[in-house]
Design a protein around this ligand. Structure first.
Ligand code: CDT
Length: 311
């Protein structure tokens, strides 16, 4: 019997500094309804989907920074989304800034959650590959302060059984790192869900703007294929208060092909009937990990972080 799951990616257009959480949740609910009307059972929303991409702003007042964080999930503002999910019976992935207390310490993570069709939070991922910098760059056109505002995730790359599939999560910059997908691939991942906010300009190096989209799709397609998994990637995009981010939300098949791609830089739903067995032939043949991987030669991957030239 074939295993099919109709899944959607809900891209978000800009969220400006002045936009309230309530107005954003209204947009998320409208997208969820649209995905449900199209038959989807799972919707992927972007990274930091409840606010503007605040790491572009230099802030020193912790109270000001914490306005962008959620101390509760669901919260009074996000409760309507959870209620709608229960009513419609549709699962979702959502990215947000998490403020929590652990062992008496206040901690802040760039987090995503996996919410099942009955509204239960069944999975949580805390972003591991934090990009950017922690110091103020006064000459840059904008900041990328994820290393200042978040801690590195402390829960690894896990997978969860949800919607009768094996689902993994990662966030934005994680999608550029093969280790992200391989650790999930080794746990039999079938669907990798991810949200992103990718500025159109590289503040560290003046590269041509078209490379941003190229590298985004290259990363999704190569890693989907090499791990025989579906990859569902949701952008927050367009110009937030004048700072432009790429769109290009996509659903990529285990073959590495793009099955659907958003065309706008605004709120937009794309959907595909995922054939969860499409990757099986790859898992049995070219990427039968148990037959072909040679872990005795991979030690440096976990022993060494940066490249060292010894010759
Ligand atoms: N949000 C996030 O992780 N953005 C990064 C920008 C890094 S610049 C290469 C991204 O990988 O898209």
């Amino acid at each position: 019997m074939s295993r099919k799951l109709r899944a959607a990616v809900a891209q978000l257009g800009p969220i400006h500094l002045a936009d309230s959480r309530a107005s954003v949740v209204k947009r998320l609910c409208a997208l969820l309804r649209e995905a449900h009307a199209g038959g989807a059972k799972f919707v992927v929303f972007p990274e930091l989907a409840l606010t503007t991409f605040f790491p572009r702003w230099w802030m020193t007042d912790q109270a000001e920074i914490d306005r962008f964080f959620e101390a509760q999930m669901p919260s009074p503002d996000t409760q309507p989304l959870f209620e709608l999910v229960r009513e419609l019976g549709i699962a979702f992935y959502l990215g947000y800034a998490e403020l929590t207390e652990e062992a008496g310490q206040t901690r802040r993570f760039n987090t995503s959650i996996l919410v099942e069709r009955d509204g239960r939070i069944v999975g949580r991922y805390r972003k591991i590959h934090l990009p950017g910098h922690s110091e103020h760059l006064p000459d840059a056109p904008f900041q990328h302060l994820e290393k200042r505002y978040f801690e590195v995730g402390n829960e690894g790359f896990k997978v969860w059984r949800a919607m009768d599939a094996v689902v993994g999560m990662c966030i934005c910059n994680d999608r550029r790192w093969p280790e992200t997908y391989r650790v999930m691939g080794l746990q039999g991942v079938e669907i990798v869900a991810l949200g992103y906010n990718t500025p159109s300009h590289n503040i560290h190096h003046p590269e041509p703007v078209h490379l941003r989209m190229f590298h985004h799709l290259l990363s999704l397609q190569a890693n989907a294929y090499q791990n025989a998994a579906w990859v569902l990637a949701a952008a927050k995009c367009g110009a937030e208060d004048g700072f432009h981010m790429i769109g290009g939300s996509a659903i990529v098949a285990p073959t590495g092909e793009i099955a659907a791609q958003a065309m706008s830089e605004d709120d937009e739903v794309i959907a595909v009937n995922l054939d969860l067995q499409l990757g099986d032939y790859l898992r049995r043949t070219v990427f039968a990990f148990e037959k072909h991987r040679r872990i005795e030669h991979y030690g440096l991957i976990t022993e060494r972080t940066g490249a060292v030239t010894e010759v």
